[in-house]
Ligand binder design. Structure first.
Ligand code: SF4
Length: 407
């Protein structure tokens, strides 16, 4: 792919050049050999970038490999059934991302003849792609000098420049984008090189092919952006950054001021809110009652066991109080069930799952139960274990299913 982003004038600062040279040399020697680093296919890189939002690298690798095996092209993604993409995404969470990917793939087929667009603004116009993701695809796949700014890059840049203002504030955020842009502009080659030459590979220590051409600057924009992300992930970590081995430690203001642990200054965190749910594992003649979450709610279209949200005190509350709390909750949620629809049949919970969604700390108790209100069954369907395993469940309810399997 050719570079379509307009290259503005490079900053001439010797400081920026020193930082860029140090980052490129460090990346060439230390980059992890990740599967999406062995390709320049923008589709494959796009999939990795979307999966890596909110998810760790080691978790993403098997998802990414399976995804590309099952849906190797943009056209395959555009055409596939929504149930299949939900199943392939099961466990990664934030399912709006995968639905947007399919909409974007359909738009690429319609507007760009199935070829991933090369123009930065065309990439940015795709559903679910913001400035960061567009910059990541344009720079990593096309070596365009497009800046990127994610949590890792924010941490590196605020420390490197000793920026004490909150990076979420508009002015500071704009300053960080500018700094990221200056670095990638500094890395940009003076003249475009052929994309073939940019695909030059060398052998890494474990013998696998890995892009390591930083010394010749043939992938400099791509590597510079990836080096910032990699430094934030491996060295300039939120706690106990390894400043002693950091390639830019001589330029780092936070290190000089010993303020690394105070930066970035993200302000006060919103207090976490505890929420409690009870799920009912109702089995009848080898089938379980489950339901699909409706559109427009968190985890829309995914499957789950019947469940209700409880107030403080949860299952130990008096039933009158519990009903009142549930009714209040139900008024502003999509829950179609009532605790009175079920009778608990196990002496203890099947399992208790604790997890977090945004600022909510959620406790989910799953109980074996019997459906007592036959009209409530219309909110769900009875399915065999085999059928359940073909559906995409929310992560928490997948754990309930696996526990029910084991029990
Ligand atoms: Fe981060 Fe330390 Fe490097 Fe500064 S010197 S960028 S704080 S790891």
């Amino acid at each position: 792919m050719s570079a379509k982003l307009k290259i503005q004038s490079k900053p001439s600062g010797a400081g920026a050049k020193r930082v860029v040279d140090a980052l490129l040399a460090w990346f060439a020697a230390n980059a992890r050999d990740l599967p999406w680093r062995r390709t320049r296919d923008p589709y494959a890189i796009w999939v990795s970038e979307i999966m890596l939002q909110q998810t760790q690298v080691k978790t993403v690798i098997p998802y990414w490999e399976r995804w590309l095996r099952e849906l190797p092209t943009i056209a395959a993604l555009a055409d596939t059934a929504p149930e299949k993409i939900h199943k392939l995404w099961e466990g990664l969470g934030y399912y709006t991302r995968v639905r947007n990917m399919q909409k974007a793939a359909q738009m690429i087929v319609e507007k760009h003849h199935g070829r991933f667009p090369e123009n930065f603004n065309d990439i940015l116009a795709l559903p679910g792609i913001g400035r960061y993701t567009a910059g990541a695809i344009a720079s990593i796949a096309c070596n365009q000098p497009a800046p990127i700014l994610d949590g890792n890059v924010i941490r590196v840049l605020t420390r490197l420049h000793g920026i004490t203002e909150n990076p979420r504030e508009k002015k500071t955020n704009a300053r960080l984008w500018k700094l990221a842009e200056e670095l990638v502009m500094q890395a940009a080659p003076q003249s475009p090189r052929s994309s073939r030459r940019e695909e030059a590979h060398s052998k890494s220590r474990n013998g696998q092919s890995l892009l390591t051409s930083a010394a010749t600057n043939e992938n400099a924009c791509s590597h510079l952006n990836q080096s910032l992300m990699e430094l934030g992930a491996l060295v300039c970590t939120p706690r106990s950054p390894q400043c002693g081995i950091c390639p830019v430690n001589k330029s780092c203001v936070a290190r000089k001021q010993n303020s690394q642990e105070q930066l970035p200054n993200l302000g006060k965190r919103e207090a976490a809110t505890a929420r409690r749910f009870i799920a009912f594992v109702a089995e009848r003649r080898g089938k379980f009652l489950v339901r699909q979450r409706p559109a427009g709610v968190v985890n829309a279209h995914l499957w789950e066991f019947p469940n209700v949200e409880l107030g403080e005190g949860g299952a130990r509350q008096s039933s009158a109080r519990r009903s009142e709390v549930v009714e209040r909750r139900r008024a502003r949620s999509d829950a179609p069930y009532h605790p009175g629809d079920f009778r608990l049949t196990s002496p203890a919970p099947l399992c208790i799952i604790k997890h977090s969604i945004t600022r909510y700390r959620i406790t989910l108790e799953a109980w074996r139960a019997k459906l007592t209100n036959s009209s409530a069954k219309t909110a769900g369907v009875w399915l065999t274990r085999r059928q359940l395993h073909q559906l995409a469940f929310t992560s928490a309810h997948r754990k309930i299913l696996l526990t029910a399997d084991a029990g």
